[in-house]
Ligand binder design. Structure first.
Ligand code: CIR
Length: 253
């Protein structure tokens, strides 16, 4: 497994945020290094892309591509300030070789954080960032998968803010967010309402990287058989980000 991550820019304290909390860029860089280390511990080959100070949100690289199998869709992020983030992602994915790389044309918008692959399905959030044309583009490029649109509540930024894939047909879902019937073919591991931020984890094989400070979610993951690595994500949380947003995973298999 290869993971592309993008460094934290000097301007990260100007990242889009609904929290209004002041971001400590140096602390964010330390937390980012912890994330990279945790990925390496899981056996992932990490490739770092350079930050661009003109793009304060560029470390949330997940939003710029949806990779499944040998096909990659470079997205067109729904936030105007993030549109230029895709150039570096496109270069990196083309440079990797072996991937069929496709683009998204305006007026379609789609954020990778709204897209979750589980087996042969790709769930996609219809959100403030991902529009109908974005969903259609995803379905056209990833035609080998069944695309399942999910209407998101207005207070949920991205689909994967409240549900994330655990591998196989398992998902980690925050209670009181989405209708569990959407995931009828899946086994659900539940995150309690009070810990909903922790529903976003990076799970690979039998291991999961999760946000620290959420003991009930950690216990649920352990109960589900995962070896759990908690890491501090406080600075990314201030910018409405979590764990999956910090990487694009490419399965070489
Ligand atoms: C934004 O509002 O776009 C960023 N501040 C946060 C993006 C988080 N990305 C993700 O959850 N996939």
């Amino acid at each position: 497994m290869i993971a592309f991550v993008r460094d934290v820019p000097d301007s990260f304290d100007q990242a889009l945020s609904t929290t209004g909390q002041a971001i400590d860029v140096a602390a964010a860089r330390r937390q980012h290094a912890g994330y990279v280390q945790a990925l390496s511990w899981l056996g992932v080959e990490v490739r770092r892309l350079k930050a661009d100070a003109a793009l304060p949100d560029c470390c949330f690289v997940e939003d710029t591509a949806v990779v499944a199998g040998r096909r990659a869709l470079v997205t067109r992020p729904g936030a105007v300030s993030r549109l230029d983030e895709i150039d570096e992602t496109r270069r990196a994915l083309v440079g990797l070789g072996g991937l069929d790389v496709h683009m998204t044309e305006p007026p379609a918008t789609i954020d990778g954080g709204d897209c979750m692959r589980v087996g042969r399905w790709i769930y996609v959030g219809r959100s403030a960032r991902t529009n109908e044309l974005g969903v259609a583009r995803l379905a056209a490029v990833h035609h080998g998968y069944e695309v399942v649109p999910v209407d998101l509540p207005a207070d949920v930024l991205h689909l994967k803010c409240v549900v994330s894939p655990l591998g196989g047909a398992r998902v980690l879902l925050a209670r009181d967010t989405l209708d569990p019937k959407l995931f009828a073919g899946c086994e659900i591991v539940w995150v309690p309402t009070a810990e909903s931020y922790a529903a976003n984890v990076v799970a690979l094989g039998g291991a999961a990287i999760c946000a620290s400070g959420f003991p009930r979610t950690q216990a649920a993951l352990v109960e589900a058989g995962f070896r759990v690595t908690p890491i501090d994500t406080s600075e990314f949380r201030k910018a409405d980000g979590a764990l999956t947003c910090l990487s694009i995973l490419v399965d070489e298999g």
